[in-house]
Design a protein around this ligand. Structure first.
Ligand SMILES: Cc1ncc(COP(=O)(O)O)c(C=O)c1O
Length: 401
């Protein structure tokens, strides 16, 4: 167990009876550490953007803003949260942007709008004339897929290199639109270095295609899609090996005149989050032991998008009033009327009683936003941050914004 997890567990144990649950508890020092680690992957002049889709909790966004991060947003809600947190460097991602949204962006001075499709491009052309200058990046889908959660070949995202070249050509003749460069995000939840580096190979090939067509690429935005070990069987991505491999790349000539922008969600916030739920009941039925929690898939969805979640257990930590070395095999379930509401099957756990706590680490990204908030109208979650000085800062829960 890491030192930061030890500190968080110590806090939870000391406040076991009065912590409101279900709770997302974020560790300020873990957030700082994740940002430090991520920053080291890139050259010093690279700009980092936090992808709010991972977790738009205003307290987290505020903290990342104080660390100098920009924001990658996909709609008005994320824009508003970023501005309220004091972020002025905003990158506009998201698919199928409407003419209305694009019109509003033209007057808001974004760092860049990422063009995802020819239709978006036509919409932007139509509305950009009223703006002074709209910077754009073109998102490229190379037509092949990489490991992890694929968002490249075979998916709906981005433009083919040919489509992007013809948009860059058209942009050159428009006074109100500035083609800044290219955007690459090929997928998420990568737990090994190889597919990330293969993706960089492809990025470099595409930059060369643009260079050959005499396009100067000022900015390249890359989302590496670094993964998080949600499940008991996952191994963490080796960040120091990744750093070494990436730095070999950054030395090459092709990157010498390019400013890198890096967008990330999970890698920045997942490890800072701990989901804490309270045991409400233990039950024996047909030879099995079920332990019920006061929140289920309505408040916590680990491993978003990884169809495997329902068949694999996340890592569990336990805080019991009467610690006992004897382990038993239990199923950990939530409070919803569906048998899918099962966090863990055949989990080896100490004997858990009503009031004990179950903690799931690495729960700071996507777990809250993609949970089934409406199911059974059960009470939702609270959110708080454990500050570096050991105090607890209560945050306004995002479902109450
Ligand atoms: C375009 C884009 N950028 C960034 C992200 C954030 O990804 P991650 O949380 O894997 O860093 C996503 C996630 O879906 C995305 O689609």
């Amino acid at each position: 167990m890491t030192q930061k997890t030890r500190l968080v567990l110590d806090y939870i144990t000391a406040h076991q009876d009065d912590l409101p649950t279900p709770l997302y508890l974020y560790s300020e020092s873990a957030l700082n550490e994740a940002v430090r680690t991520y920053r080291k992957l890139f050259p010093d002049n690279a700009k980092l953007f936090y992808s709010l889709k991972a977790n738009p909790q205003p307290g987290i966004v505020q903290h990342l803003s104080s660390l100098g991060l920009g924001a990658e947003i996909t709609g008005q809600g994320e824009w508003d949260i970023s501005l309220a947190a004091g972020i002025s460097r905003l990158l506009i991602g998201g698919v199928s942007k409407s003419e209305q949204f694009l019109t509003s962006l033209c007057h808001k001075n974004p760092a860049a709008i990422v063009i995802e499709s020819e239709t978006e491009w036509h919409r932007l052309k139509k509305v950009a004339h009223s703006a002074e200058r709209v910077p754009i990046l073109l998102r490229i889908n190379p037509g092949k897929s990489f490991g992890g959660l694929n968002m490249a070949g075979g998916t709906q995202f981005g433009l083919s290199p040919e489509q992007a070249l013809s948009i860059a050509q058209a942009a050159a003749s428009l006074a109100h639109i500035e083609f800044l460069g290219l955007h690459f995000y090929f997928g998420s939840q990568r737990l090994t270095v190889a597919p990330i580096i293969q993706a960089i190979d492809v990025v470099e090939e595409i930059i060369k295609i643009f260079h050959q067509a005499n396009w100067h690429i000022k900015i390249v935005d890359i989302g590496l899609g670094c993964g998080v070990p949600y499940l008991a069987k996952d191994s963490a991505l080796d960040m120091s090996a990744l750093r070494q491999q990436l730095w070999l790349r950054w030395q090459s000539e092709i990157w010498s005149s390019i400013e890198i922008w890096a967008e990330a969600g999970r890698a920045l916030v997942a490890s800072a989050g701990y989901f804490v739920a309270r045991v409400t009941e233990r039950k024996r039925l047909h030879g099995k032991t079920f332990v019920f929690l006061d929140g289920g898939l309505n408040v916590h969805n680990p491993g978003v998008g990884l169809g495997r979640f329902f068949r694999s257990n996340p890592v569990f930590l336990f805080i019991t009033t009467a610690p006992n070395d004897n382990l038993e095999s239990i199923d950990i379930v939530g409070n919803l009327c569906t048998s899918a509401d099962c966090f863990g099957q055949n989990v080896e756990a100490p004997r858990l009683e009503q009031g004990d706590l179950v903690v799931i680490p690495n729960a700071g990204a996507y777990c809250q936003t993609t949970a089934l908030w409406g199911f059974n109208s059960q009470a939702l979650f609270e959110e708080a941050m454990l500050m570096g000085d050991g105090t607890l800062k209560i945050l306004q829960a995002q479902h109450r914004l």
